[in-house]
Design a protein around this ligand. Structure first.
Ligand code: PLP
Length: 417
């Protein structure tokens, strides 16, 4: 049986897949089972922040694999302590504490539990625990029952009712809609500083500032989902800081690029005090309130520590910002009729398409049609909805590699449009 046949026979059909099987990678390059080579601007959907087979990550994992793979949270885990210190001190640079998970959806479930405990600790005027979380249309927060309910896209939730209650979705970049959605049960606002799966939309600075102010005025948690945009991808170590540097969130979730390809997620919670001026927010998820068998294990934390120190030591957020300018300049110079706009920040870019020019066959999404043609020409990129493709290359992408990817995009668009 071929891989395609085995997948179809033995794996649940939840994913639509392109018909290549990457088996080896080096830097931004991937090779498939037929020996064909691709420039990888997908990176496991913003996961492989350092590309493939990065020497620092490979060495750290090889060393740790021979020492200790897993250890329960029943015991002290030095790698977890070191990673938490690195994230708090050198990445967030605000006093707070970490919880480690294995994925982005799990990290967001943690934020939802934090909001519920916060609402219990700070009840409304009737003495009832607050529990409602305001999230945004086109948002994506994950596939667990909690993170799926938080997600503002009906297609993700179809057929899974009854959903976890307590979520209200309002339009993104609309602070008035947030204000109008706040009621005596509201406990938090959760948002992606740059929406990824929803088509690559960046929060406007005024919107972030207004939501933060509303959170302060109504004693709500200001929660950021940086699962896709975090740890350098936006051109800053923290996604929100690439939009409004001065804002202080109450909690932040991450995954994806955090492990450079090894599964790890987590969330940070601020040490700021609640209204009573004695209880730190980071204490509301106390002993026994949350846990994960694998969360924060030595192997995953070693991976993440190597990835994040490489990103910091080599100023990869600045490289992401430079490559963004290069890509924007080059695409603007084409004035190509099939491209409507470029959205996003750093190396999280969405390229909007004039879909009628792409000649996609009936029943095929224009973005998927273009992705398939780009793949045939040696460039891997993911779609984001029917009219957008994404550039999510490694953060250490060179000028020449960016140029190479751009030349494939231009030639493919000329071929189609
Ligand atoms: N949050 C955001 C912003 C995401 O982009 C994703 C995944 O695409 C998730 C959460 C879910 O992460 P995971 O697939 O690791 O559960």
């Amino acid at each position: 049986m071929t891989t395609t046949e085995k997948l179809s026979r033995y794996v649940l059909p939840t994913y639509g897949r392109f018909s290549i099987a990457p088996i080896r990678g080096e830097g931004v390059w991937l090779w498939d089972s037929s020996g064909a080579r691709y420039l990888d601007f997908c990176c496991g959907i913003a996961v492989c922040a350092l590309g493939q087979s990065h020497p620092r990550l490979t060495a750290a994992l090889s060393h740790q694999a021979g020492l200790l793979l897993h250890c329960s949270n029943l015991y002290e885990i030095p790698q977890q302590a070191d990673l938490a210190e690195l994230i708090v001190e050198r990445c967030v640079s605000l006093p707070g504490k970490m919880f480690f998970s294995n994925s982005g959806a799990e990290a967001n479930d943690g934020l939802i539990k934090l909001a519920r405990r916060f609402g219990l600790a700070t009840p409304n005027k009737n003495g009832d625990a607050r529990y409602e979380i305001i999230t945004f249309t086109k948002s994506f927060h994950g596939r667990t029952l909690g993170s799926m309910a938080a997600t503002g896209q009906d297609k993700i939730k179809e057929g899974f009712s009854p959903l976890l209650p307590g979520f209200v979705h309002v339009p993104y970049n609309d602070a008035l809609a947030v204000k109008e959605a706040i009621n005596h049960n509201t406990a938090a606002v959760l948002l992606e500083p740059i929406q990824g799966e929803g088509g690559v939309h960046v929060a406007e600075p005024d919107f972030l500032l207004a939501v933060k102010r509303l959170c302060e005025d109504h004693d709500l948690l200001f929660l950021l989902d940086e699962v896709q945009c975090g740890f350098g991808r936006s051109g800053n170590m923290m996604g929100w800081r690439s939009i409004v540097p001065a804002i202080e969130p109450d909690a932040i979730s991450w995954a994806k690029g955090m492990g450079g390809g090894f599964p790890i997620g987590g969330f940070w919670v601020s040490d700021r005090l609640l209204g009573d001026d004695t209880t730190p927010l980071s204490s509301v998820l106390g002993p026994g309130s949350h846990g994960s068998t694998y969360g924060g294990n030595p192997f995953a934390c070693t991976a993440s520590h190597a990835v994040l120190t490489e990103i910091l030591d080599h100023h990869l957020p600045a490289n992401a910002a430079e490559r963004e300018q290069q890509i924007r300049r080059e695409i603007a110079s084409w004035n190509h009729p099939a491209i409507t706009q470029i959205r996003g920040l750093g190396l999280m870019l969405g390229i909007g398409l004039r879909t009628e020019l792409l000649n996609a066959p009936d029943g095929t999404s224009p973005a998927i049609h273009l992705c398939t043609k780009l793949m045939a020409n040696g460039l891997l990129v993911p779609p984001a909805g029917p009219d957008t493709i994404r550039f999510l290359p490694p953060l250490n992408l060179s000028h020449e590699e960016a140029d190479h990817g751009l030349s494939i995009l231009r030639a493919t668009l000329d071929e189609l449009a």
